[in-house]
Design a protein around this ligand. Sequence first.
Ligand code: MC0
Length: 153
Amino acid sequence: MSHNISDIDIPHEYVICLDHVGIAVPNLDDALEFYRANFGWVCLHRETNEEQGVEEAMVGPKNLGATDGQIQLLAPLDESSTIAKFIDKKGPGLQQMCLRTNNLDALSEHLRAQGTRLLYPEAKIGTGGARINFCHPKDAGGVLLELTEPPAK
Ligand code: MC0
């Protein structure tokens, strides 16, 4: 497949790193204990996101670097949660992968121009107040691909 140079150069400027992989878990505390006991990783952040139907925790080493990928543990808030549906269908496991961007609007425009479907017409709020959207798994090689733009520090 041939690419126009500008098509591949522009996203590189604003798609920064792998932010996290998300794992659907039935119980957040049990999953946190697994990463603590087996790898010594700690809970770096924990919050409830009612709109997304999840209680979540970000896990990593204590000295996590600014662009190091984290593990996101996602537990369902109730049976209507996307995560509850995922666990019912597939069982606990890898649910999503997330790329970090510093310009979600430009990236969204680029993706739509490529014909890649985004799940939401406008960004929603994700972990730590980030602006988020998702590429549809059918357009992203069978992977639910989240895009996150953390708030400016
Ligand atoms: C569904 N499919 C997946 C998938 N979920 N493929 C890969 N990974 C996944 N996680 C596939 C199914 O196998 C199916 O393929 C097709 O997509 C339709 O699936 P479905 O079971 O009918 O499910 P839907 O359509 O009800 O929902 C799928 C969809 C949903 C991706 C639209 O899960 C969604 O809206 N996800 C985005 C929000 C989310 O995941 N929130 C929780 C994390 P076949 O071949 O069988 O047709 S919250 C979060 O991540 C925030 C807090 C953050 O990090 O900031």
